[in-house]
Structures are given as structure tokens and as C-alpha cells.
Design a protein around this ligand. Sequence first.
Ligand SMILES: Nc1ncnc2c1ncn2[C@@H]1O[C@H](COP(=O)(O)OP(=O)(O)OP(=O)(O)O)[C@@H](O)[C@H]1O
Ligand SMILES: Nc1ncnc2c1ncn2[C@@H]1O[C@H](COP(=O)(O)OP(=O)(O)OP(=O)(O)O)[C@@H](O)[C@H]1O
Ligand SMILES: [Mg+2]
Ligand SMILES: [Mg+2]
Lengths: 227, 227
Amino acid sequence: LIHFKDVDRTYQVGQIKVPALRQINMDIVRGEYVAIMGPSGSGKSTLMNLIGCLDTLTSGEYWLSGDDVSKLTDNELAHIRNRRVGFVFQTFNLLPRANAFRNVELPLIYAGITPRKRKDMALKALESVGLSDRINHKPTELSGGQRQRVAIARALVNNPSIILADEPTGNLDSATGEEILQLFTDLHAAGNTMIVVTHEESVAARAARVVRLLDGRIVSDTLNSHS
Amino acid sequence: LIHFKDVDRTYQVGQIKVPALRQINMDIVRGEYVAIMGPSGSGKSTLMNLIGCLDTLTSGEYWLSGDDVSKLTDNELAHIRNRRVGFVFQTFNLLPRANAFRNVELPLIYAGITPRKRKDMALKALESVGLSDRINHKPTELSGGQRQRVAIARALVNNPSIILADEPTGNLDSATGEEILQLFTDLHAAGNTMIVVTHEESVAARAARVVRLLDGRIVSDTLNSHS
Ligand SMILES: Nc1ncnc2c1ncn2[C@@H]1O[C@H](COP(=O)(O)OP(=O)(O)OP(=O)(O)O)[C@@H](O)[C@H]1O
Ligand SMILES: Nc1ncnc2c1ncn2[C@@H]1O[C@H](COP(=O)(O)OP(=O)(O)OP(=O)(O)O)[C@@H](O)[C@H]1O
Ligand SMILES: [Mg+2]
Ligand SMILES: [Mg+2]
């Protein structure tokens, strides 16, 4: 499903080059549950943005479902981002002036789903993250962890087959975090591919495989002995 | 130092009242290290915003260093927010167009400190959170955990005597988080008052006292048996 070959991603800040990812070689097959770990600044979010086609490689190859991503058209990339991949951002990225319901409904509008079906799907997604009693709140009228859960509901609402979650439990207490992890386990059991960035060992323990980054390189890629 | 008596904070969303804090009674003396815990949405950030004079009570009393906060002038409140309290926000709240150095220097400009001294203090604060090699990066050119650390450096740069940190390690791996916790322990040993919101037991274990919230109420307030 996902094939990275000798991938580099180097940022430019003024005159300085920042090598965020160096020589990444990684394969993920359909239906896997992978945790990505590593210190702050090691390149985890950069890797997730590349997988989700939100950013482009500096060098190397990225093949998604047999397609060379560098050869895809803008339309094809938009289709991947909107339909095939659900992305939970580390910074949530909610629309500040729309309430929780409108934020979760947005991907369904892009997908051309009818208003009645959209309402049903968006309410179900918000219920699955425990926020049925906050659907009319705007992001500024929600707690940090509640905003994070709206971002999770939005990523899942259109049933994408690949779910990329960047630190999905960072703002959640252990009981609420546990509910989200159970949701991810159920999605994985249904055949979806889960890729989760985390710094919490308890979250990584749910994945079948752990990829560890250090200074932009993969330093280990092992099957999880816990799961 | 901090005295809360029968404090309520109720938000208004359209026609609906949201009681975020109910009947909070709490005393914190100078030099304490308190952890505030509780489920997502239980009222932790609301409580921190009240302590830091960033928000006002709906009812009840708040006395800070013997002053009734409801009777303070805008100037006196600004002085508390800018000089006496260092606030690490759950959402970082960095200026997006300023680099890390400029963000950390800002409180020193408000405090009327000379440019040379400002530069020295800001660089020291960034070094204390491990970001000496990222001072020219803007927030969008930093990782999530790096942004969080810039927010911590900014809160500490002017040596406030009360430090309020809302989920300061949420985006940090355990080694980087440990460096921040050690920094907090050193600040506490120097006589500063530390109040930290966290959902991680390992962070709460460093505090001497744990206040637990549930649905806007304090359900327990106990000395920490671990520390
Ligand atoms: N501006 C607001 N308007 C309306 N409701 C609000 C507002 N801010 C917070 N709330 C509500 O008040 C309750 C407490 O919010 P608060 O941010 O204090 O929780 P928290 O304990 O910090 O949660 P988290 O751990 O998720 O950050 C939440 O249920 C939230 O929906
Ligand atoms: N737009 C950018 N421009 C320049 N440098 C960047 C940019 N984005 C990230 N970086 C740098 O690239 C490195 C990797 O960043 P990345 O966000 O991938 O790290 P991360 O592993 O997700 O960290 P965290 O756990 O703190 O979120 C960091 O050192 C960061 O400073
Ligand atoms: Mg990141
Ligand atoms: Mg909060």
C-alpha cells in the first residue's frame, strides 16, 4: 500500500537547510497498525504529511497503492486527501468560526453526500468520540481535548481506509484516551490501515509494529512484542 | 497567596449555560508545587485562566496575595499577567509571524528591559528548553513539541514567581518531557510557585499536591504520596 524508497525531506529556512527526514525506507501493507515514535523534532509529523500527500519529497520515491505519487495530478492528490486518507492533525486545524457539527460535516460536503445523510454521519462520528452534548460549540468554546476529539471525528466521518493520527491523545486524560484507542482498535479490526504518531508507550502498545525515528532517520522498525 | 472561595464560572453558548466550574474552594501558598488533574472537559484550563487573571469569575471570591482580584484595576491586572505570572498555554499562543527568539523576547519588551539584556535573557531561556539551534524558526517552521517549548521559554523568561503550565508535556517524548520537568523542579527549588495541569501521572508525581476536578468540581485535594 505505502512504499517509501530513499526518501529525503529537507526544509529551507533562510540560508539554512534543515534535513527533517533522511533516507527513509519503509513499507506498510493494507490493514497494518503502525505506531511512529521518536523525540520531539525527529521528523514524525513531516513523515505523516508525506504519507498523507500534504507535502512533497525533496528526493526519493513514494508509491501509494501502486501509483508513483510524484506523477499524480492535483485532482488525484485531492481525492486521496479527501476520500482515502483521514488525517488527525497534531494542531487539530479546525475551522474557528464553525461549530463542532459543521467542522465534522465538511469532508462529507466535499464528497457530495446529501444533507440528510451528512447529518446522520456527522452526528454518529461525534457520538463515537463522546461529544454529542457539544455539537453546537465552536472550537473556542471547547476544551483542548474536546477540540482534539472533534478533529478525530472529522478524520473518520467519511470512512477512509487509511487513518493517519498525529499525537491523537496528547490532550486527553487516560480514560478519554482509552475510548479513542478502543475506537482505533475497532477501525483496525474492520480492515482499515492505522498509522499513529505517539510519544506515549501505552498508545504504541496497541499497534502491531513500532517505527522509531531519531534525527530524521529510522533507527528501528520492529513488530510489537506487547500486542 | 491564592485563595478561591465558592467560585463558579459558567459559560453562555446561545441559550445554553455551561457550568465549567462549580463551588471551587482552594488555597495555594507561596512556593507550593500543585498538579491539577481530571478528565477532558472537567474545567482545568478554565481554573488556570481564572488563577492567571485571564478570565473573570461568574460568582465567588478570588484573593491573590491578599488583594481581592475583582477590585483590581486593568493596569494592576496587566501587571500580574505580564510580570508576576508566567503562563504556558495549552494551545501555545505564539505569534505566527515572529521567530522563536522574538516570541520569547516579547514579555521583556513589555517589562521595559534594555535590548542587550533582553537578548541575553531570551537566549538563556531558549537554551534552557533545548532550542538554541532553532531561534530563527517561525512557529510554522517548528515541530509541535518545539513550539510547546518556545511557549515554556516565553513563560519563564522574565522570572515570574508564579508559573501556570497547562499540559506542558502533551507534545513531548518522555526524554524531552523529563528535561522540562527537571526545569520545573529547579524553579520550584528556587522558591517559585508551580501550578501544572496534566493528564500524565508521571508529571503529577513530581508535584507535592494533586487537585482533581470532575465536571467542574474539586473531588479530591491531597498531598502526593509519591513525591
Ligand atoms: N468559551 C467557552 N464557551 C463555552 N463553553 C466552554 C468554553 N470554554 C470551555 N467550555 C466548556 O467548559 C468545560 C471545561 O472546559 P476546560 O477547557 O476548562 O476543560 P479542561 O479540563 O481543560 O479539558 P481538556 O483536558 O480537554 O483540556 C468544557 O466542557 C468545555 O466544553
Ligand atoms: N516548515 C518547516 N521549516 C523548517 N523546519 C521545519 C519545518 N517543519 C519542521 N521543521 C523542522 O524539522 C524537524 C522535524 O519536524 P517534525 O514536525 O517532523 O518533528 P516531530 O517529530 O513531529 O516533532 P514533535 O514530536 O515535537 O511534534 C524539526 O527539527 C523542525 O524544527
Ligand atoms: Mg509532530
Ligand atoms: Mg484544557
